[in-house]
Design a protein around this ligand. Structure first.
Ligand code: PLP
Length: 425
């Protein structure tokens, strides 16, 4: 036994380590099918953040608000007011659908977060859009149920379907959004085979990763088809408020009069990802059912109150308006830079909102480009990461323009041109 306190800690550590070595506990053996489907237990390197030795890399990998755009001072003011109010209720569990103040604001079309005003009880708050996706799957998916998703789509939410052992079928994107024809064919095929299509997951405004916005006609037709066939649409409106000039077409939830659609929103992209605050709007039947499957003890009432005050004070509307023009100028800086330096190597359609550009690489393999670009100091993911079936990949890359200033984005074209030239040498 070692007497001095430091020695005692070492002795305890050695004893603990030895007792751990003796066990044969096999974590991998007890993983759920859902965890395995997401790669738990497999040793795979992340292909999102490509390593680089560059001294000043420009990171276009992740869709996050530009740090200078986060309204820190206003949030600090509201945080401090809520904390000094002496109201302990903000610091306690909120088991139900979330704070009524915030749900009332969500239900008021004048704040721009819904187009179909119903009641605050048509809303339920979760841990971001990701929490909404979890609750959708927990409430509606049985193992083997089919969910149609856009191919490509945002893997973060789509993989939740796999975790719940749903079956994903990717539907091709067209310039009008998800292909109506492909959905109609799949619905007919499943009717014949007896397979159950439970849901359609769509990011219909400023799609991640393609930037495409679904046309009004397509929304109407897909909405109607889903309604007639008892298929729930999960409409992911994460980027809807971040249009550059014109608002996107009416959302599918409002078009369907609130039936057969759940509309998902989040403050991650308009305020900050770290707030972890999102919501679902749905029929009272759907929201009741979702409320009953909730077992997370609610999410952060304190944050809900802070965000309510930020919205009610009109600061939110002013902030989002500013962000729209900031992201438009960032998008423009990136597309101008690519047009100037890379027009022989990249083809793209300019998005009208959101965070992403989805260029197609000409004459060079997109995965090879991600590595060569990292060496030149530009980091972004290969387009194959956005498909569940990578064979659908058509040589695209995804560039998130949201997180860098126009001045930084001006530099991207030149760096990428060097990356292309190195590969073509
Ligand atoms: C389309 C889409 N949906 C949902 C999310 C998840 O957002 P949240 O931070 O609200 O969980 C993201 C995040 O990038 C996204 O791009």
């Amino acid at each position: 036994m070692i007497i001095d306190p430091r020695g005692t800690i070492i002795w305890l550590f050695v004893a603990m380590r030895d007792s751990m070595i003796d066990t044969n506990f096999d974590v991998i053996k007890i993983l759920s099918a859902g965890a395995k489907a997401l790669g738990a237990g497999a040793e795979e390197e992340s292909r999102w953040e490509i390593p680089t030795d560059h001294s000043d890399p420009i990171d276009l990998a992740v869709g996050m608000p530009v740090p200078e755009g986060i309204p820190m001072a206003s949030l600090a003011n509201h945080f401090s007011k809520v904390l000094s109010s002496g109201r302990f209720v903000e610091m306690e569990y909120e088991y139900g659908r979330g704070k009524i103040d915030l749900r009332e604001l969500l239900n008021d079309p004048s704040y721009g977060l819904t187009s179909l005003s119903q009641t605050p009880d048509n809303f339920i708050l979760f841990n971001g859009g990701s929490g909404c996706m979890e609750s959708f799957c927990a409430t509606f998916l049985n193992p083997g149920d089919i969910v149609l998703v856009e191919g490509p789509s945002f893997s973060g939410t789509v993989e939740t379907i796999l975790k719940y052992q749903g079956k994903i079928i990717e539907v091709a994107m067209t310039p009008e959004g998800m292909s109506y024809q492909a959905i109609e064919d799949l619905v007919a095929k499943c009717r014949r085979s007896g397979d159950v299509i439970k849901g359609i997951y769509t990011i219909d405004d400023f799609h991640n990763p393609t930037g495409v916005t679904m046309s009004e006609n397509n929304r109407r037709m897909i909405g109607q088809l889903a309604l007639e066939n008892g298929i729930m649409i999960l409409e992911d409106s994460t980027y809807s408020g971040l249009f550059f000039e014109n608002t996107p077409p009416l959302d599918m939830y409002s078009m369907n009069g609130g039936e057969g659609v759940l509309r998902m929103g989040t403050f991650s992209k308009t305020i900050a990802t770290g707030l972890r605050l999102g919501w679902l709007q749905g029929s009272s039947e759907a929201i009741d059912a979702i409320g009953k499957t909730r077992s997370d003890m609610g999410n952060a009432p304190f944050i809900q109150t802070v965000v309510s005050r930020f919205i009610a004070s009109s600061e939110y509307s002013i902030h989002v308006k500013k962000m729209r023009s900031l992201y438009q100028s960032q998008c423009k800086a990136l597309t101008n830079s690519l047009t100037q330096h890379c027009s022989n190597y990249l083809e793209f359609i300019e998005p009208r909102g959101g965070f992403f550009l989805w260029p197609k690489c000409i004459g060079v393999d997109s995965a090879a480009l991600t590595k060569s670009a990292a060496e030149e100091g530009v980091i972004f993911p290969d387009g194959s990461l956005f498909y569940q079936d990578p064979s659908l990949h058509e040589n695209h890359i995804r560039l998130a323009f949201s997180g860098n200033s126009p001045e930084r984005l001006d530099e991207v074209g030149l760096r990428l041109r060097k990356a292309f030239e190195k590969l073509l040498d």
